[in-house]
Ligand binder design. Structure first.
Ligand code: AMP
Ligand code: TRP
Length: 354
């Protein structure tokens, strides 16, 4: 049985990159897999967070999942911090993770910057917690954006290290699923930088909650170059802004980049941008409206994420009990090598929120 695990950090504004690189793909996958979609609030704590803001963002991400079309009747949705197993397994896995593997992680290098000695241990070991998220449920597939590829490779390495250590095929090696025409959406202000929640300029990204006028304005103001659009994909070389905007158009219209390039060949940016704004508003406007309505209902985060309690209930330890766990730690410690029933029933509380 194939099982998906993926997650988003509840830190600030969800944007078009999160949608095209992750959430939209999840919606399509939920038909064919057992799906677990987490709001990874423990990961968010690797950077300073305002507690009230963190709670609000947790609610917003939950609303985004559901507004984008993730069906809480089919999928498990919960926030990470309420299932202790994630942290427990992260500790265990950290004991099989050589420092050298973590030293290679480019995201840590970028986030820690020059002040590496001041960066927290949590920021450094973040990919181990991510591996624990995935392996705790024996997930086989992990749909993410391009930027998470390295972390996924590390999760595979850690799973392999554990299996080899005990001579078992215990953890499946999780497969990354990185697809769509926009696996890496770039900033609207700088085509060489990833669109990100933390960019100080709001004009660098389209937020999932932006209204139609804001979306249109941001696209209108997006950086371009002076040339008309190229006639073929090769013409996008060294034109990062054109490549990014056409990639976004292709993803939003479910077309290939090749088709999008052909459609606007030789046209100027202003004509293209009007069409791009129309499709962006058509797709995101509806989702953003739904998110705003859900957030306005303002249930408490514990209501929204009550689902997490179900997930802990669902996690029947299938290993590590009885004569001690596979790792040889005490009877009481049961690594969360979990089995989740095929039918993921949803408590009515959550259904009401959703
Ligand atoms: P984060 O915002 O870092 O929590 O990322 C959540 C998910 O969105 C992950 O699967 C990321 O790979 C994806 N993602 C984040 N930013 C982008 C982007 N600019 N382009 C494509 N995918 C992205
Ligand atoms: N690290 C991921 C990001 O920043 C979020 C994440 C945490 C995740 N745990 C995960 C994604 C498990 C996939 C699977 O985008």
């Amino acid at each position: 049985m194939n099982r998906i695990f993926s997650g988003i950090q509840p830190t600030g504004n969800l944007h078009l990159g999160n949608y095209l690189g992750a959430i939209r793909n999840w919606v399509a996958l939920q038909r064919d897999y057992d799906c677990i979609f987490c709001i990874v609030d423990l990961h968010a704590l690797t950077q300073p967070q305002d507690p009230v803001q963190l709670r609000n963002s947790t609610r917003e991400v939950t609303a985004a999942y559901i507004a984008a079309g993730i069906d809480p009747e089919r999928c498990l949705i919960f926030n990470q911090s309420t299932v202790a197993v994630h942290s427990e397994l992260a500790w265990l896995l950290s004991c099989y993770t050589p420092l050298g593997w973590l030293n290679r992680m480019t995201q840590f290098k970028e986030k820690a910057g020059k002040q590496r000695d001041m960066a927290s241990l949590g920021l450094y070991s973040y990919p181990v917690l991510m591996a624990a998220d995935i392996l705790a449920y024996k997930a086989t597939h992990v749909p993410v954006g391009e930027d998470q590829k390295q972390h996924l490779e590390l999760a595979r390495d850690i799973a392999g290290a554990f299996n080899r250590r005990y001579g078992v095929e215990f953890f499946p090696l999780p497969e990354p699923q990185i697809f769509g025409a926009a696996t890496r959406v770039m900033s609207l202000r700088d085509g060489s930088k990833k669109m990100s929640k933390s960019d100080s300029s709001d004009y660098s990204r389209i937020n999932m909650t932006d209204d139609a006028d804001t979306i249109a304005l941001k696209i209108q103001k997006a950086k371009t170059d002076p040339e008309p659009l190229p006639g073929d994909e090769a013409g996008l070389a060294n034109r990062p802004e054109a490549a990014n905007l056409l990639g976004i158009y292709a993803a939003l219209t479910d077309a290939t980049l090749e088709a999008a390039v052909a459609r606007f060949a030789g046209q100027n940016f202003s004509t293209f941008k009007k069409e791009l704004a129309d499709v962006a508003v058509a797709v995101l406007g509806r989702i953003g409206g739904e998110m705003r309505r859900r957030s306005a209902r303002g249930r408490s985060p514990s209501h929204i994420c009550a689902r997490s309690r179900t997930s802990s209930a669902c996690c029947a330890p299938e290993a590590g009990s009885g004569r001690g766990s596979r790792v040889g730690s005490g009877r009481d410690f049961r690594p969360a090598f979990c089995r989740i029933p095929r039918k993921l029933a949803l408590p009515s509380r959550i259904a009401a929120v959703s």
